[in-house]
Write a protein that binds this ligand. Structure first.
Ligand code: NAI
Length: 512
């Protein structure tokens, strides 16, 4: 970061006020104080702000004791925090950030009161995660001075901040909040005020596709999670992540995005998750969700194929796909190399033929190619580093053909999880749908391409931004996978973003 990047930031000495001293407000107050601002914290609940400040100070002392921040910095930040007992005490603030209860009426009422108190130059920001910034600002006399400043939990650790532009937000207000977040050491991205902003919208397919595969009996949660982690490179599988977030919270976000987009089937919630919520199986916090928790809870293992015998005939490899390169480097038996094939065949092991999923079921691909022994492998972020691969086979595929393919993959060091023949498998359909949603958000002017990628990497720790990932897989492949899913399911859910279609037709990428 250089000075030019933050030239529109609030001066570090400008007073900041934070309203609502719960999880988010306390975190925001801490970050603002560490950045040098005098910070007032207000909460309508008697004693709550004082307690939050005491907790922040104790937390800062701990950080200093552990050597994470210099002791003088911790003390100085602690000294900059003070309780505001009334809203009137905040009249000199240059920026007020609201982190109160998630209710439109409460937020509108609060900002209405603030508008009468603070200076005309004071910026107003809401940390809402699901309400429209445009709607919150609608009852103000000066809606142009309000924008969203959406932090992630826990605020001190999470780098991402979404700066939300309402229809009437002034561009200079958005720029100032952006630069201020940058000066606070955060990674700001800008989004227009649309349902779910960037992260909560673009992340929906991560949960939804896993739930769809489960719903179709494709594999158990532990297997799907293992594939997302060990092949996809995601830090947590979708089911363990939903269990951690809480199904009540995760389901409510999905429902809210679904309804806010006028029931667009892209965002249709899952009946399986609804059942969990209705049963009170909310995840970790209730001791059970998709998994069980507690001392003697068994940790379910992913399905892993037993070791099979290698084929006696030479292995035939085709083209230069990254998985072919890995097999080429690791396979100990005899190999014959061939050029790339128009049908994208990767490998012939005995009678078995291996392809990367292109969005069709293996059974459909087998039928289309008029050959019985088709085995499909799932996408991996990096085949050279993946420890597990998902495979599926056509219903027509003979056991010995499938086992020959699996034996080769196993001999190359992969644990193999066989799944039912669900189109697009796990990682491929998830990544393609993440990229599709990101493409639509960009196409609809919600955010820039680089902000879409940055938001997903910093807000939910994805190993790669979805658009950069689509570039790496190939726009053709992503588009084809989505078209196949759309053809199989006949659902609008898998419609291909116009931006992806354009890139495919022009041979371009998201990031040239
Ligand atoms: P919380 O329940 O921990 O804290 C809210 C605080 O606001 C409470 O201390 C409450 O007493 C106070 N409050 C309620 N109404 C008030 C009013 N009218 N005036 C002053 N104080 C009032 O809630 P949390 O989790 O900190 O969320 C706050 C806001 O941040 C919500 O809009 C939420 O959607 C948003 N958010 C929450 C995230 C999270 O992970 N918890 C993440 C990102 C945004």
């Amino acid at each position: 970061m250089n000075a030019a990047d933050i030239r529109h930031a609030l001066p570090a000495t400008a007073p900041v006020a934070v309203i609502g001293s719960g999880t988010m407000g306390a975190g925001i107050a801490q970050v603002a104080a560490l950045a040098g601002h005098p910070v007032q914290l207000y909460d309508s609940r008697e004693g709550a702000a004082a307690k939050a400040i005491a907790d922040i100070r104790a937390g800062l002392d701990k950080l200093a004791n552990k050597g994470k921040i210099p002791a003088e910095e911790a003390h100085a930040a602690s000294d900059r925090l003070c309780v505001a007992h009334t809203l009137q005490e905040m009249r000199d603030a240059r920026l007020v950030i609201e982190a109160i209860v998630e209710q439109l009426g409460a937020k509108q009422e609060l900002f209405g009161k603030l508008e009468d108190l603070v200076d005309a130059q004071c910026l107003l920001a809401s940390n809402t995660s699901s309400l429209s910034i445009t709607h919150i600002a609608a009852t103000l006399r000066h809606p142009e001075r309000l924008a969203g400043l959406h932090f992630f939990n826990p605020v001190p650790q999470m780098a991402l901040v979404e700066v939300i532009r309402g229809v009437r937000s002034d561009a200079t207000v958005v720029q100032c909040l952006h630069d201020t977040a940058l000066a606070w050491g955060k990674v700001p991205v800008v989004a227009s005020s649309t349902p779910g902003f960037i992260v909560n919208r673009l992340a929906r397919p991560y949960y939804a596709e896993a739930l769809r595969v489960l719903n179709e009996g494709g594999a158990h949660p532990a297997t799907i999670d293992a594939l997302l982690r060990e092949s996809g490179g995601f830090r947590m599988g979708a089911f363990e992540l939903m269990d951690l977030i809480g199904h009540d919270v995760n389901f409510a976000v999905t429902q809210s995005v679904f309804h806010a987009f006028f029931n667009d089937p892209r965002f249709t919630p899952s009946l399986i998750q609804q059942e969990l919520v209705q049963a009170g199986l909310l995840g970790r916090k209730s001791g059970r969700g998709f998994y069980r928790y507690g001392e003697d809870a068994e940790i379910p293992q992913p399905a892993t194929e037993p070791e099979y015998e290698l084929p006696t005939v030479p292995l035939q490899l085709f083209g230069t796909h990254p998985l072919v390169e890995v097999i080429r480097a690791r396979y100990q038996g005899r190999v014959e190399y061939h050029g790339p094939r128009a049908d994208h065949l990767l490998m012939k092991a005995g009678p078995g033929r291996l392809y990367v999923t292109e969005g069709r079921s293996a059974t459909q691909q087998s039928y289309d190619y008029n050959m019985p022994d088709v085995v499909l492998v799932d996408l991996a972020l990096d085949y050279a580093r993946a420890t597990r691969l998902g495979v599926t086979r056509a219903d027509q595929c003979r056991d010995r053909a499938c086992q020959a393919v699996l034996a080769v993959l196993q001999s190359c060091g992969f644990a193999v999880s066989a799944m039912q023949d669900v189109p697009g498998m796990v990682v491929m359909r998830t990544v393609c749908m993440l990229a599709n949603e990101a493409a639509d958000a960009v196409n609809q002017g919600v955010c820039s391409r680089s902000d879409a990628d940055m938001a997903m990497q910093k807000g939910v720790n994805y190993p790669r931004g979805p658009l950069a990932w689509a570039d790496a897989i190939g726009i053709d492949t992503v588009t084809n996978v989505l078209r196949q899913l759309s053809a199989t399911y006949g659902e609008d859910r898998y419609r291909v973003s116009p931006l992806l279609q354009r890139l495919q037709a022009s041979g371009r990428k998201f990031h040239e």
